[in-house]
Design a protein around this ligand. Structure first.
Ligand SMILES: Nc1nc2c(ncn2[C@@H]2O[C@H](COP(=O)(O)OP(=O)(O)O)[C@@H](O)[C@H]2O)c(=O)[nH]1
Ligand SMILES: [Mg+2]
Length: 421
């Protein structure tokens, strides 16, 4: 399969361009309206970009192309536009005997459109079931290349439809198209030698698990106390998350935890943390400068963990950013320190990119995602993981302290991203 983008003034024009190059068998994977930007945007009209795919057959124009097409340039994101070639799956055996049988028995007297719809809904139901069993399958280390049950043949275009469905599920979950294309591209390499729907799904699932990486929560090691900073925009849940983590370490793991706050901009901020400190019966220290922080740390040697709350600042506020940076940078080298950037899963992608740009330049951090309970769209978590290259650590999913936090559950999020429940 080859995937490429085409632009036009209208959707029809972009589609026509795709068909001109790929032929009548072109499948449109996605249509995107590109809104004009800049000062004169109200005088300009939108353009349209379609992502088109073609199954490579002997006759298809794509198959005759001598070499991969050069990436498109202009106002398109080039990284997303490298042609992706997924090899034509060999006619393979299929594990979904039940699906095929359901289709066969239910297709009888229907018109072609109804048949299509029915196939898609069967595919979706099946995806759900498949995702359920996938994790245990992987845990048993069943090599996907050697399925136990020998499956029966499946037509090539069913695989193609399946890939298209996964592609649009990922886009619906707001995974950046450039990363969707990367995943598909990498899966291609894994799929060499033929693919069943099962293989495709388990390859995509595995690739995504790898992309998320192993979550890295706070580990106790080295000299006491370990100093952990929580940074991030205002209102994302830094203070609440600190209370949840403090409780975890103190109550569940029996560690000695101290809370510091450098959020001295709002009186209410320190009071909020003090309330949690009182409930947890841990000391709270307010620090106004880097010197004070280091002085207080010297007095905290009996503690295993010092959690430091910082003032949330808008990514545009340079002064507050520099203050936070100084606090972190000036911790004496003998202390083990870690920085966690707290981001909300509800923040728009565009804003997350701006935030990440600023924090990436100034800090080395791991990521905590909050407010997973307030969205059903988790693509931004993968987008930010890949954009920053930082490790994920925890996710939070509610206001309840200490319950609503867990170490980032990669399998669960990948399943959700692939349309599971
Ligand atoms: N729904 C939901 N709300 C949260 C979560 N974490 C924090 N909050 C709420 O978000 C608001 C801001 O939290 P706070 O900890 O003060 O954010 P900070 O400004 O970053 O310290 C509070 O009302 C919290 O209860 C979460 O995971 N889910
Ligand atoms: Mg706070």
């Amino acid at each position: 399969m080859t995937i490429k983008k085409f632009q036009g003034r209208t959707e029809e024009e972009a589609t026509a361009r795709a068909k001109e190059e790929f032929g009548p068998q072109t499948v449109i994977m996605n249509v995107k309206e590109i809104k004009p930007k800049g000062f004169l945007r109200s005088f300009k009209t939108s353009t349209f970009e379609v992502t088109a795919a073609i199954e490579e057959t002997e006759q298809s124009p794509a198959a005759k192309m001598p070499a991969p097409l050069p990436p498109l340039t202009g106002n398109i994101n080039v990284a997303a536009d490298e042609p992706i070639s997924i090899p034509k799956p060999e006619p393979v055996k299929e594990m979904f005997a039940s699906v095929e049988n359901t289709w066969a028995s239910s297709m009888g007297a229907q018109n072609p459109e109804e048949k299509e719809k029915k196939k898609e809904s069967v595919l979706e139901n099946n995806l759900e079931e498949k995702l359920e069993s996938l994790q245990s399958l992987l845990e048993k280390k069943l090599a996907p290349q050697q399925p136990e049950n020998l499956p029966k043949e499946v037509p090539v275009d069913e695989n193609f439809k399946f890939i298209k469905m996964i592609y649009s599920i990922l886009l619906d979950n707001e995974v950046d198209e450039k990363y969707v294309n990367q995943i598909m591209d990498e899966v291609e390499k894994v799929m060499k030698g033929g693919a069943s729907v099962d293989l495709i799904l388990s390859s995509i699932y595995q690739k995504m698990i790898l992309k998320f990486g192993q979550p890295q929560p706070i580990e106790m090691s080295g000299r006491k106390p370990k100093v952990v900073f929580f940074i991030g925009p205002t209102g994302v849940g830094k203070t609440t998350t600190i209370a949840k983590i403090a409780s975890r370490f103190k109550v569940e793991k029996g560690k000695k935890v101290a809370l510091f706050t450098a959020d001295t901009y709002r009186i209410a901020a320190a009071e909020q943390l003090r309330t949690y400190a009182n409930i947890l019966d841990t000391p709270l220290t307010i620090v106004y400068s880097s010197e004070e922080l280091n002085e207080e740390l010297k007095k905290s040697e009996e503690y295993d963990l010092v959690l430091v709350d910082t003032a949330g600042f808008s990514h545009k506020n340079e002064e507050q950013r520099n203050e936070t940076k100084e606090l972190i940078d000036k911790i004496p080298g003998e202390y083990q320190k870690e920085v966690y950037l707290v981001l909300s899963a509800t923040t728009k992608y565009r804003d997350l990119i701006d935030i990440a740009d600023i924090y990436n330049k100034n800090f080395h951090f791991k990521l905590i995602f909050t407010k997973l309970d307030e969205t059903s769209c988790f693509g931004n978590i993968l987008n930010m993981k890949l954009y920053t290259g930082a490790d994920l650590s925890y996710s939070t999913y509610g206001q309840n302290v200490p319950e609503d936090i867990e170490i980032f559950d990669t399998q669960k999020i990948v399943k959700l991203l692939l349309g599971g429940k």
